[in-house]
Write a protein that binds this ligand. Structure first.
Ligand code: ZN
Ligand code: ZN
Length: 149
């Protein structure tokens, strides 16, 4: 799970910020879910945990934004899987695209970065749960790595 708010080991704690893109658009593969993100969007955190691997078919890459900053132009395809009492994963029920992770303990909503239409102006920030990653790839981009969250 990506932890954006209470991550103790983050070397530099920075507030979510907006960079190049004034407004980000996102959608699923079939267009049954289309959304806009206004305001600050955090840089991308990669999660290598087993749950993200199952959900995405590979590591998860997440941006995050305050829930109120996200508005939907289409959401008829949006479905939520209750992973736990507090965590839900959002996906498109039509095309299966991974779209969101919601943790009710967090003020922000995690957005699957691949759903955002480039150019986003975002950068990759760090890697979480590197200790849980599968054996078929290495993380070698020089960004901070955390064995867990
Ligand atoms: Zn994860
Ligand atoms: Zn779709």
């Amino acid at each position: 799970m990506p932890k954006k708010v209470s991550r103790p080991k983050t070397p530099k704690k920075k507030a979510p910020r907006r960079k190049a893109a004034a407004e980000l658009h996102g959608q699923c593969g079939c267009g049954s879910v289309m959304f806009t993100v206004k305001g600050p969007v955090s840089d991308v955190v990669w999660c290598h945990c087993s749950k993200c691997q199952r959900f995405h078919g590979g590591p998860g890459a997440y941006a995050a934004a305050p829930r109120g900053a996200i508005s939907f132009q289409r959401r008829d395809g949006l479905a939520w899987w209750d992973v736990s009492p507090t965590v839900q994963r959002g996906f498109c029920r039509q095309c299966g695209s991974s779209l969101f992770v919601s943790d009710s303990n967090e003020a922000t909503l995690s957005i699957c970065a691949g759903a955002l239409t480039p150019p986003t102006g975002l950068s990759s920030e760090s890697h979480l749960f590197v200790g849980s990653k599968p054996d078929w790839y290495e993380v070698k981009d020089g960004l901070p790595q955390h064995q867990t969250s």
